[in-house]
Write a protein that binds this ligand. Structure first.
Ligand SMILES: C[S@@+](CC[C@H](N)C(=O)[O-])C[C@H]1O[C@@H](n2cnc3c(N)ncnc32)[C@H](O)[C@@H]1O
Length: 264
């Protein structure tokens, strides 16, 4: 993939994400768009948890500009989990979601599934090259999302999970236990509060990959009890969080470096 085209598509994507309500920082948006562009595998692109479409419009724009397959955007749009954003009295986020993907010109490259991830997984078939998990952030929910879709991951696929370096204990535990501690995954890292890993069952056990994942898991594991304590960081927890979080490198994505790391 031509990196100049990737950078241009990501810039265009960000200009649409910026004006769309939701929960994703610029750093995180740029990371998922770049990873979508660079995942060196064939197959479908999947988003679990769309809400009002903030991440969706970025992914849809990049898919359109780089002529990738569309993004399957899965969300019942009822904020069913205790970890979901409040709908503030509205019954659904669906109408706003549709309005945003249409306004940003990304609807041609987004396939909405107004459904739970487990319902889509039950009938899914075919390989997946990019999996963005931003749905139910409880341990059970995030673990189920990884378990249900992992059998479909193509060799070289990228999995990115939101809020693993925030205060969501479920997502963080799943990222550490199911991805960082698994030799089925190779290169891995953080960007903002996103944790990502590349599915590499062939060589995930290689010393370089395993060591790097273990190094990332050290600070991440220390943050699990902090995340468990809830969203109001205070006292000792605040100190632990401030000490360990910077030790998990989570800076801006560099497309050239990511492309090098993802090369299979
Ligand atoms: C944090 S929001 C997603 C934010 C969005 N990605 C953004 O960029 O603003 C979480 C969403 O996950 C959805 N959700 C919760 N459980 C789900 C599940 N099991 N399957 C699919 N979506 C789910 C909720 O309806 C909610 O809209």
């Amino acid at each position: 993939m031509d990196l100049a085209r990737v950078t241009d598509a990501v810039d265009q994507g960000w200009s649409r994400v910026r004006d769309t309500p939701g929960y994703l920082s610029e750093r995180e948006a740029r990371f998922i768009m770049t990873a979508l562009a660079l995942a060196p595998a064939e197959g479908a692109n999947i988003e679990i948890g769309s809400f009002k479409g903030r991440s969706t419009v970025g992914l849809g724009t990049v898919a359109r500009m780089l002529e990738l397959d569309p993004v399957h955007a899965i969300d019942p749009h009822t904020s069913p989990s205790s970890t979901d954003p409040d709908l503030h009295g509205a019954v659904t986020s669906y109408d706003e979601f549709i309005a945003h993907i249409e306004r940003t010109g990304s609807s041609t490259h987004v396939v909405p599934h107004r459904a739970f991830s487990h319902d889509v997984a039950a009938t899914w078939n075919g390989p997946i090259r990019f999996l963005w998990i931003d749905g139910d952030h409880t341990y059970a929910g995030a673990h189920a999302d990884v378990e249900m879709f992992k059998p479909f991951l193509a060799d070289g696929a990228v999995v990115a999970m939101h809020d693993v370096l925030g205060t969501f204990e479920g997502s963080l535990r799943v990222f550490v236990e199911d991805l960082l501690e698994s030799d089925e995954f190779g290169p891995a890292g953080f960007s903002g509060s996103i944790g990502w890993a590349q599915y590499r069952p062939r060589d995930g056990h290689a010393l370089g990959h395993r060591m790097r994942r273990r190094l990332l898991a050290i600070p991440a594991r220390r943050l699990i009890p902090v995340a468990e304590s809830g969203r109001n960081l205070a006292g000792w927890n605040k100190y632990v969080y401030k000490f360990w979080r910077p030790l998990a490198p989570h800076g801006d994505v560099n497309a050239q470096r990511l492309a090098r790391r993802l090369r299979t």
